[in-house]
Design a binder for this molecule. Structure first.
Ligand code: ZN
Length: 238
């Protein structure tokens, strides 16, 4: 059962406190079920077209060519929650440029995080609240570029969606297995220090295997403790 704690951001009375393993398990199950239903097997990287269909399964609409300039500078995505339908997702048209393919993928997976993990919060609010006494901007998440994968934990909705983005594109057991194999072939028994040459190699291997940016690979490898910034690296995945 997910724990509930007071929401200090003031958005809701209470908020769900998902642990990392809870988010990892749920995201891996979401992707695994989807790929098994579609192909009868689970293989990575998740293609961008599969990722798009997956996000569409949790939304009433996904607009990949949205003009989000009115929402502010550097807005890459937005999820709008609706009282009578599944959420709508908007991805900035700027990310449809093939050179920004990785950003498009991390943003799609981030918005899936809002659409799936935060929808029930808004559903409760719609049920409880006066529909005529709300501002439209209360019912949507506007996601800036620098919050897509790297929000601070105190900014809990963006942090959760960012964690989901990594967990959807690089599911925990698959990435841990690949990192374990990487270390085994090099005789390494501890997490790899971020400033070592092996860290660079591990990041490049994850980029290739999961079709993500180096920054996304690095953040996810740190979350799963395959990489570490500690002077005395812990044993792998401890
Ligand atoms: Zn967001």
């Amino acid at each position: 059962m997910v724990a509930w704690v007071p929401d200090r951001s003031g958005r809701f009375a209470k908020r769900p406190h998902y642990t990392h393993p809870e988010l990892d398990r749920e995201c891996e199950a979401i992707v695994g079920r989807f790929l098994l239903d579609r192909y009868g097997r689970i293989e990575y990287p998740l293609s961008t077209s599969d990722l798009t269909v997956l996000v569409e399964n949790y939304c009433s609409d996904v607009d990949q060519y949205a003009d989000l300039s009115a929402e502010g500078d550097d807005v890459d995505g937005m999820t709008e929650f609706l009282p009578d339908a599944a959420p709508k997702v908007f991805i900035s048209e700027r990310l449809s440029d093939p050179r920004r393919g990785n950003r498009q993928r991390t943003t799609l997976a981030h918005e899936l995080g809002h659409a799936h993990f935060h929808r029930h919060l808004y559903a409760e609010r719609f049920l409880a609240g006066n529909l005529f006494d709300r501002r439209d901007q209360d019912d949507r998440m506007v996601c800036k570029r620098d919050k897509i994968i790297g929000a601070r934990e105190v900014d809990w909705m963006e942090w959760q969606a960012g964690y989901v983005s990594g967990a959807i594109l690089m599911p925990a057991t698959v990435l841990r297995r690949r990192a374990g194999e990487f270390c085994a072939t090099r005789g390494l028994h501890t997490a790899v220090h971020t400033e070592s040459g092996e860290a660079r190699e591990m990041e490049l291997a994850a980029m290739e295997a999961f079709q993500v940016s180096r920054e996304a690979a690095r953040i996810r490898l740190l979350q799963l403790r395959c990489l570490t910034t500690e002077r005395q690296p812990p044993s792998l995945f401890s």
